[in-house]
Write a protein that binds this ligand. Structure first.
Ligand code: AMP
Length: 485
């Protein structure tokens, strides 16, 4: 499959067909084709042919799609960055990526309306297609390199597994383009001549507007985190009457609670619910399973499914040997969908990636177990968490807190129950305690942290301590810390 050729051919065959709807704007396949060609020609004239990434900074604007395709056509990978990130974090991503150019929707919208031929360049499967930045435990985001080969392998699988009607589908785009879940809706939609329907951060902040838009969208395929579906289910009218064409829910990114799946099956009797699993490092998702009522009754926690063809999902012990069926171990993924590693970080790459029988393999850090031939997710080995669907390294927040003036040490603890978290608490030891109440000092620290981290990574509560309790092996004793609150 050649991704770009397929999308471009739609621009010639059905130029008037709407490819993307976002807020009041729409983008047709024809416009996507000629504007991405024109911008690609411009980028190729501006940048050396060195394959360096181009940062695309924006939210859900239609111009984002033009920018993504133009960067690829110009022979560079793109690094999507959401505009909700604070400027300091964006600057760190830009530095880490070595990007010499940042495209924004404003820049793309000012492009003169010209027809231009894109640069002629044949990409190899090993060429990077996009770089997705995720939270890194040392306080700096790390860039996962996804190649043409990885992306094609993922898309070929999804297109074969999920029947999609050419030119008929309307896909929900909930995840920002800076999260790899959005790759699922964006490219499945573009490859099948569908329409991508984005909900923006303003829509999500305004539930009435959100439901009105969802009702008008004629969605057929829902792609989101389970957290977002749970949010929508709070509205009783969120059902098949509101979304009569909806026939498929595709979930990924975090645990799908059985009660969420059960209510969806009740409210959308004609729709299928699928759970898919995978880390960004293995290109969006690599296991899947259709969740039906029997499964919900049978398993207290839902399975994440069966591995896709051509990919191994092994459950391994500490020594790197597969465990016996039914036993718990670390999920290790090997196959053509596995990333070559982290951009410019051979140290981090060597820690998590290796070769397994000649295939690229990745240690996920996820606990897993096979039962009845199905893979189950059983939590994390480390301190990476999912909070409202966002992937966060606790160490990332701690490192950024320690970098603030006056903070000597910081420990962050996720709060929640049953392995699902809903907020973060930061425990701080201050070197110089600024004057003011705990509340006033918390507000100042929160503001300073917000200059470095996105809102979803900010602790809700701050607690001040003289020292942290330690375990016998010299680590902060998080349990005693929480108990002492
Ligand atoms: P991300 O790279 O943001 O996609 O996050 C990947 C991590 O999210 C995985 O390593 C898992 O810890 C978690 N995850 C992804 N999909 C699922 C799922 N279906 N069920 C439970 N956890 C999941």
């Amino acid at each position: 499959m050649n991704i770009l050729e397929r999308i471009d051919s739609l621009g010639r065959r059905v130029p008037e067909k709407v490819a993307h709807v976002s807020g009041p704007s729409t983008l047709t396949y024809g416009t996507l084709l000629y504007r991405s060609n024109a911008l690609a020609a411009q980028i190729a004239g501006m940048l050396p042919d060195d394959g360096s990434p181009v940062v695309v900074l924006g939210h859900k604007e239609c111009e984002m799609l033009v920018a993504f395709l133009s960067v690829i056509k110009s022979g560079h990978p793109y690094a999507p960055v959401d505009a909700f990130l604070p400027p300091q974090r964006v600057a760190r991503i830009r530095d880490t990526s070595g990007s010499q150019l940042t495209l924004t929707p404003e820049y793309v919208s000012r492009l003169p309306d010209i027809q231009a031929a894109p640069p002629r360049r044949q990409a190899k499967p090993s060429d990077p297609y996009y770089i997705m930045f995720t939270s890194g435990s040392t306080g700096d985001p790390k860039g996962v390199v996804i190649t043409f080969g990885c992306l094609e392998d993922f898309l070929v699988w999804m297109l074969a597994e999920q029947r999609m009607a050419e030119g008929q589908e309307v896909f929900l785009n909930q995840a920002p383009f800076s999260f790899d879940l959005s790759i699922m809706d964006l490219y499945l939609s573009l490859l099948t001549g569908g329409t991508l329907f984005s909900v923006t951060s303003q829509d999500i902040a305004n539930p009435r507007q959100l439901y009105q838009k969802l009702a008008a969208a004629q969605l057929t395929i829902w792609v989101s985190t389970p957290s977002f579906a749970r949010l929508c289910l709070a509205e009783r009218r969120f059902n098949a009457e509101m979304l009569p064409r909806l026939r498929l829910f595709l979930f990924c990114g975090e645990t799908l609670p059985p009660e969420v799946a059960a209510v969806l099956l009740d409210r959308f009797p004609a729709a299928e619910v699928w759970n898919t699993y995978g880390p960004t490092e293995a290109t969006v998702a690599m296991t899947s399973v259709r969740i039906d009522r029997q499964m919900i009754e049978h398993y207290p926690s839902l399975p994440i499914g069966f591995p896709k063809p051509r990919t191994l999902a092994l459950v391994m012990d500490e020594a790197g040997w597969p465990v016996a069926p039914g036993e718990r171990g670390e999920i290790v993924i090997a196959g053509p969908n596995v990333s070559p590693g982290y951009l410019g970080r051979p140290d981090l790459t060597a820690r998590s990636f290796f070769k397994l029988d000649g295939q690229q393999a990745y240690r996920t850090g996820d606990w897993g177990r096979y039962r009845d031939g199905l893979l189950f997710f059983e939590g994390r080995k480390d301190s990476q968490i999912k909070l409202h669907g966002y992937r966060i390294e606790i160490g990332d927040i701690e490192a950024n807190l320690r970098a603030l003036p006056g903070v000597r040490d910081a420990t962050v603890v996720p709060e929640g129950k049953d392995g699902s978290y809903d907020s973060l608490t930061a425990y701080l030891i201050m070197a110089d305690r600024p004057s003011g109440s705990d509340f006033e000092v918390s507000c100042t620290i929160r503001e300073q942290l917000a200059e470095r981290l996105p809102a979803y990574m900010l602790p809700r509560k701050f607690c001040f301590r003289q020292s942290f309790p330690m375990t016998t092996n010299g680590k902060v004793d998080r349990r005693s810390l929480v108990d002492s609150t």
